[in-house]
Design a protein around this ligand. Structure first.
Ligand code: AMP
Length: 172
């Protein structure tokens, strides 16, 4: 399926110089959404990774991660921006493609020793997902795979990730 035709490019959003890859048309397209989630779920099932949880990164990572967890029959855990999670958290500061921010996870979100898939809509520099790896490891858990709809290859984000399967569907 030609998923790229469902990605809309918005120049200079949210800051001048950023070409924003907008997935909202893909999400509102029934075939596009279906293909995206099924593709990721089938690849992870075939890889027999035996994950215990999908961790999704706020906020577009929730849209990818929660249906993926549902399809895999495992639980979903949110990693959120600072101040959103109501119970005790671990935090990590990180560099975004267009700014600096902080991510948090509930301290009791994952059973120690769990095997975790991490999901987001897009990998650019890899800063956001690396911060999430850090949080997962703070909970004594192991990232065993990554899922993104889009990869911006020139930014080489994947070189910051552990040597485990990294699934992406659309590349620029
Ligand atoms: P990075 O930390 O540089 O890998 O950036 C990835 C995060 O920022 C993801 O959560 C994306 O949703 C968002 N992001 C970064 N660059 C873009 C872009 N060009 N278009 C859309 N989202 C982006």
């Amino acid at each position: 399926m030609d998923l790229k035709s469902l990605i809309r490019d918005i120049p200079d959003f949210p800051k001048p110089g950023i070409l924003f890859r907008d997935i909202t048309k893909l999400l509102s397209d029934p075939d596009g959404l279906n293909y995206t989630i099924n593709f990721l779920a089938e690849k992870f099932t075939a890889a027999e990774l035996n994950a215990d949880y999908v961790v999704g990164i706020e906020s577009r990572g929730f849209i990818v991660g929660a249906p993926l967890a549902y399809k895999l029959g495992i639980g979903f855990v949110p990693v959120r921006k600072t101040g959103k999670l109501p119970s005790s958290v671990y935090s990590v500061d990180y560099q975004l493609h267009y700014g600096v921010d902080r991510l948090e996870i509930h301290q009791d979100a994952l059973e120690p020793g769990s095997r975790v898939l991490i999901a987001d809509d897009l990998i650019a520099t890899g800063g956001t997902v690396s911060a999430t790896v850090n949080l997962v490891q703070q909970l004594g858990c192991k990232p065993i795979g990554f899922a993104f709809i889009i990869e911006l290859r020139d930014l080489e984000g994947r070189k910051h990730l552990p040597n485990v399967p990294i699934l992406t569907i659309i590349e620029y």
